[in-house]
Design a protein around this ligand. Structure first.
Ligand SMILES: O=C(O)C(=O)C[C@H](O)[C@H](O)COP(=O)(O)O
Length: 216
């Protein structure tokens, strides 16, 4: 896949999803019910982080057992992790930041890398390699909506997935920007509901998150 094709594909995944939930699996038995609750709430793509030891297992199992979901990998920090998630079947890869090693590995990878950036210089290093879609992280700390508006000046053909500090009160504002393709975050996955396995609550919070965007 060329970089142009990868830019188109990650754009499609993100615009269809509108919200990219960032998921860290604490126990293997959470994998399927959590994914099912998010999907029932209306989400189409999931970012499974490698923050826990269950990340790779979750990617493998969801690819096999939930083929209708688009399964991505998150917290991919280097080429070794990229190789692992690619082998596990990840359909896209997300990183919190970028290194030259990771950006180059993303060019050679068979699936798109949504590379994390936090400033214009990061964008320029990715841009030179053909990247046009990025995750802004941590979005609220990096200047939030104002930063994305400002970056739209020099980088008119770049679009973003802001993540980090996005929640019910600011998601619609981000999504109203023309250079935002989706927002990422964890706010619809309440920690207590996750711990107690209250999947209905997570489904409802997800549906509400999407409905509030429709209104905004
Ligand atoms: O693990 C990674 O690779 C990350 O980039 C971090 C996540 O994107 C944020 O933890 C989501 O942030 P919140 O929605 O504010 O909880």
């Amino acid at each position: 896949m060329t970089m142009d094709q990868k830019n188109v594909l990650i754009e499609k995944i993100c615009t269809e999803a509108r919200i990219l939930p960032v998921i860290t699996i604490g126990r293997e038995e959470q994998i399927l019910p959590l994914a099912d609750a998010l999907a029932a709430g209306g989400l189409t793509a999931l970012e499974i982080t490698l923050r826990s030891a269950h990340g790779l297992t979750a990617i493998r199992r969801l690819r096999q057992e939930r083929p209708n979901l688009c399964v991505g990998a998150g917290t991919v920090l280097d080429k070794r992790m990229m190789d692992e998630v690619e082998a596990a079947g990840a359909q896209f890869i997300v990183s919190p930041g970028c290194t030259d090693e990771l950006l180059q590995a993303g060019v050679n990878c068979s699936v798109p890398l949504l590379a994390g950036i936090s400033n214009a210089s990061d964008i320029m290093r990715g841009y030179a390699l053909g990247y046009r879609r990025f995750k802004l992280f941590p979005a609220e700390v990096c200047g939030g909506v104002a930063a994305i508006k400002a970056l739209g000046g020099p980088f008119a053909d770049v679009r973003f997935c802001p993540t980090g500090g996005v929640n019910a009160s600011n998601a619609a504002q981000y999504l109203s920007l023309p250079n935002v393709m989706c927002v990422g975050g964890t706010w619809m996955i309440d920690g207590a509901a996750l711990k107690s396995g209250d999947w209905a609550a997570i489904q409802q919070a997800t549906a509400e998150a999407l409905a509030s965007l429709a209104k905004g």
